[in-house]
Every structure is written in C-alpha cells, then in structure tokens.
Design a protein around this ligand. Structure first.
Ligand code: GLU
Length: 298
C-alpha cells in the first residue's frame, strides 16, 4: 500500500460561529492536501463548549462546506458524543500520576508569568472549590517538523508550564480532546491554522503520555484584518456568503500560494476545487504566520 492511500485528514471547526474567510482557508487547505494525496477527508465538530455555541451553527458550517463542494467522507464526528473517551484518557493519566487538581485563579497564574509553575502539584487534598485538572510537564524538548513551517521545538516545563486538561468549569480542554479524537479517527495528517502551531508540542506530549499516534502537522498562515487581528467572530469577520463562493474559493487558493486561472463565470465551484486538487503543492503555501487577504489581488 502506498503511503498516500493511508492518508486521513480532517477539518475540525469549533461551532462558535459560521465560517469566515480565515476558517474557509483552513478547510480548503486540509481538503486539498487530503484529496491531492488520494486521502480521506473528515469533518469533526469540536462542540465541547455549549455556552459558546449558538444553536444551529454546527449545521450552518456543514451547509457552508457543502456549498463549497467539501463533504466529509465519513459521518461527522461530534466531540459532544465522546465525553466517555476523554474521561478514560484522564483516568489513564491519573493512574500514571501525571495529573493533579488546581484551583489557582487566572490572576495567580498571571503572577507566575503565565507559565504555570506546578504550585498545586503536591497539594495533599483536593480543593473544596471548583478546580481545573493540569498535567505535569517536564523539561524534555518536544521536537517536530511542520510540513510548511519547518522544525519546531518546545520545552513544555519552561515555555508553557503544567497545562489544563480539564477546565474549572468541568469542560474537557481542547488539547486533550483533540489528541484523543485524532487518534480515534486515525488521522495521519493535520492541516490547520498557524495559531495552533504553538499547541502542537502540548499535543505531542499528550500523545506520548497516552500512547497515541502522532500525525504529521502542517500549519497554514491565518488571515488577519487590516489592523493585524486574526479574523474571528470577536473581530467581526463576516461569515462567508455563499453567493460569493466562487471568488472566495479563488481568494483561498491564492492565499495558499496557488495561481488559479482568472475567474470564469460558467466554471463551477466544484471545477475550481478540482483545479485546486490537481495543482496543490504544499511547498507553495507561504511560510508565514499570517496574511491579510486584502493584500491578495483577486
Ligand atoms: N477546533 C479548533 C478551532 O476551531 C481547531 C482544532 C484543530 O484543528 O486542531 O480552532
């Protein structure tokens, strides 16, 4: 079996708002990389924080992706249905004496220079008030080689500190859920936004502690507005308008370093996506943290 035929990739949106140009770019990048490698492409809905998920948004995201011709090759996995698996992972970490309860406030952690120093590691008793669960980190250098951004390394103890795997509000932290599900779905290749590059060593560390596989990682630049802020709901990025899908896909391809042919009114979005698959070369993706879409002439 060739390596490419075992490729399984995914797009894993959090349904906190409909897709905007920035999230569309990540979806397109993961889709093209999977399809250009004859791979399987999955959608995973990271719906673990109900308070931040307006009703209907998950369905809206799926419709948006569908409008662009991007459909999951298998049923969409909802993280809200996977709570038992995360608890099992926590139990394993607990049995290995790797996690501990912590009720430190944000202000206390800030006072540590925002790098948690392990203050609660040796508390004899579980706190009476609400508490988070943190994992002990160590001084080992976690190294990886991003397919776009190149080599990266972190000493988690120094650079990040003991990090949260279950939040004070009882919700499972993204870092834990993502590794449990990437392994469960047998993801071989992760392609996502540059803002998550910094999370990669934490995820590799968790994979190592839990005995899970480590996929190959690639981080594409994120879209920023003219003020240099990441496009996100907080910064009022407009949700993508499906009526503009042709030009939005065209801009996404350019953003990813491609030179799609000039727009042609009768060409369908599916044809354009097909063009993207045929011409995809991950080496052409700019090795940058962010790009303002305004700088890309359409
Ligand atoms: N759910 C995360 C987000 O929307 C992405 C997770 C990932 O791709 O690892 O930012």
């Amino acid at each position: 079996m060739s390596e490419s035929s075992t490729y399984i990739g995914r797009f894993a949106p959090s349904p906190s708002g409909p897709l905007h140009f920035g999230s569309l770019v990540s979806a397109v990048a993961s889709f093209l990389d999977a399809k250009a490698n004859q791979g399987t492409w999955l959608i995973r809905m990271e719906d673990l924080d109900p308070a931040r998920e307006p009703p209907g948004v998950a369905a809206q995201i799926l419709t948006q992706l569908d409008d662009f011709g991007m459909e999951s090759d298998r049923p969409v996995l909802y993280q809200s249905s996977r709570l038992e698996a995360y608890e099992e992972a926590l139990l394993k970490l607990k049995l290995d004496n790797l996690i501990f309860p912590c009720d430190c406030s944000r202000a206390q952690v800030k006072a540590m220079g925002s790098i948690y120093d392990g203050a609660c590691r040796s508390r004899p008793l579980v706190p009476e008030s609400d508490y988070a669960i943190r994992i002990k980190t160590n001084e080992d250098l976690i190294e990886f080689n991003d397919r776009i951004q190149g080599p990266g390394a972190q000493n988690l103890r120094k650079d990040i500190g003991d990090f949260v795997v279950k939040r004070k509000d009882g919700l499972i932290a993204y870092q834990l859920a993502v590794v449990v599900d990437d392994d469960y779905q047998k993801i071989t290749h992760v392609v996502r936004g540059f803002d998550l590059l910094d999370s990669t060593p934490r995820q590799i560390y968790l994979q190592q502690r839990l005995g899970l596989s480590t996929p190959a990682y690639a981080h594409v630049p994120i879209a920023i507005n003219q003020l240099g802020q990441k496009l996100s709901k907080q910064h009022f990025a407009d949700p993508i308008d499906v009526r503009d899908r042709f030009s939005l896909l065209h801009s996404s391809l350019k953003f990813l370093g491609m030179t799609p042919p000039a727009t042609h009114a009768r060409e369908s979005v599916r044809q354009q996506l097909q063009w993207g698959i045929q011409h995809w070369d991950i080496h052409n993706v700019p090795k940058l943290a962010n790009i303002s879409p305004h700088t890309i002439a359409t």
